[in-house]
Design a protein around this ligand. Structure first.
Ligand code: SF4
Length: 438
């Protein structure tokens, strides 16, 4: 198409709908689309509908009918779009239907049916954007900010309260990444299990199907993409239990990164974190019952103000009982502006260091024991690199990049980076596995 592609736009309804229309039209103009004054002059028509009262519904449905008769290519958005199948029942030939406040979804539908005009600058960028990770894995950020107020943390001050990205937008990004060759998506945010709370779990659309902006439906939809999906920074809310069956069913990587921070109820309370450790142990037991393959990763802080030897021992007892697979441990350090700085009884630096060393030594045995159980087993691994000796450096589902161990695959020179391979585990140490190609 040599001339600019033209969109006909009909905006119905209240000022909120008008603002949505303005946003979509602004995006269209920025991307080089023109606006057509008639159905006949347009290449495609967008109708922003209203569904507030019956009269508005009728007007919207009539407008869709007129646009279909006058043009034929129609995308419907707005309040009526959110009302189930009302639009599709009467007008099955519409190209796409979204709810209100769905600029990204509408733009995606427009791109599908009327490709964006060539832009010499934008078109130099790959569709998945510029990535700093290797080609075969990518981070998928689903939200920014946090609604918690953990006393050691200033992220909410720096980044504000939770702001979730619309589910349709996240899923489209994930799809684009997979199309570009990504084999593993690492879902991140400050607080992944809170995803969508700020949007009241609003329904969004992906490939014409409705999805709630919420961790479990998002995870289930990502699980359809056929690549490894790994969840990070999952705050231990009760609904975390819902994603474990998805892991057992092979939809998600059986891996949960749940930062627990401590196990002494007194310290957890001072940190403003959920403080029922007994409950956490029971949940871990149940998760493993549902998904025996589950790898659990967590991080802890030692030397928090007021932490006594007794509190610390409670943490060690918890670790001995929980038998987590991977553990990170930080010594508490006061961050300027954190509420915990005002707490009494700071722990001397030497004691913090000593506790960190004790915790890591105790956990090293647990991690090594958990890894040893894998000797003789067959695993699927994803190859990250091949070293000069021809050993492939790969990861299993139990290993997140950069933070966990790796799987060294002997004689892996025939493998390619970004490829999945089947290996048999021959040996382990405290972090890594040593395997042979099958
Ligand atoms: S530690 Fe995590 S959950 Fe707590 S306030 Fe900071 S970002 Fe939020």
């Amino acid at each position: 198409m040599n001339r600019e592609p033209k969109i006909g736009f009909v905006s119905l309804g209240c000022p909120k709908a008008l603002v949505d229309s303005e946003r979509i039209l602004t995006r269209l103009r920025t991307e080089g689309y023109g606006v057509a004054p008639t159905y006949e002059a347009a290449d495609l028509v967008v109708i922003n509908t209203c569904g507030f009262i019956d009269a508005a519904v009728t007007e919207s449905l009539e407008a869709i009918g007129e646009a279909l008769a006058g043009n034929g290519k129609v995308i419907v958005t707005g309040c009526l779009g959110a009302k189930g199948d009302v639009v599709r029942d009467l007008h099955p030939s519409v190209l796409a239907v979204t709810g209100p406040h769905a600029c990204e979804e509408v733009m995606a539908a427009i791109h599908t049916h009327l490709p964006r005009p060539h832009d010499p600058f934008l078109d130099l960028t790959p569709p998945q954007g510029v990535k700093l990770t290797p080609r075969h894995y990518a981070y998928l950020k689903i939200a920014e900010g946090c609604n918690h107020r953990c006393t050691f943390c200033i992220i909410p001050q720096l980044r504000g309260d939770l702001v979730s990205r619309p589910v349709g937008e996240v899923l489209r990004e994930a799809e684009t990444l997979v199309r570009a060759g990504v084999r593993e998506l690492l879902v991140i945010s400050q607080d992944t299990s809170a995803y969508g709370v700020d949007l009241r779990y609003r329904t969004g659309f992906w490939n014409g199907r409705p999805f709630k902006t919420r961790m479990t439906p998002l995870a289930a939809a990502l699980g359809e993409l056929g690549v490894w999906i790994r969840l990070h920074y999952v705050y231990p809310y009760p609904h975390v239990d819902e994603v474990v069956p998805l892991m057992a069913a092979g939809k998600l990587v059986p891996y949960l990164d749940v930062p627990l921070q401590h196990a002494s109820p007194r310290i957890l309370k001072a940190m403003k974190r959920p403080a029922n450790t007994g409950d956490t142990l029971e949940r871990i037991r149940r998760w493993r019952e549902i998904c025996p393959e589950l790898t659990l990763r967590s991080t802890f802080i030692v030397g928090f103000p007021g932490e006594t030897e007794q509190d610390f021992e409670r943490l060690l007892e918890f670790l001995a009982a929980a038998k987590l697979d991977r553990v990170g441990c930080f010594t508490y350090s006061p961050v300027a502006g954190a509420a915990a700085n005002q707490l009494p009884d700071p722990v001397p630096e030497a004691v913090k260091q000593e506790r960190q060393a004790r915790l890591m030594a105790a956990q090293a045995k647990i991690s090594a024991e958990r890894l040893r159980r894998k000797i003789g087993r067959t695993l699927t691994v994803l190859v990250d690199a091949i070293d000069e000796q021809g050993t492939a450096i790969a990861r299993s589902t139990a290993d997140a990049p950069e933070i966990d161990g790796v799987v060294y695959v002997e004689g892996g020179s025939a493998l390619r980076v970004g490829e999945f391979a089947e290996v048999r585990v021959a040996d382990t140490d405290e972090h890594d596995l040593y395997a042979k190609r099958l």
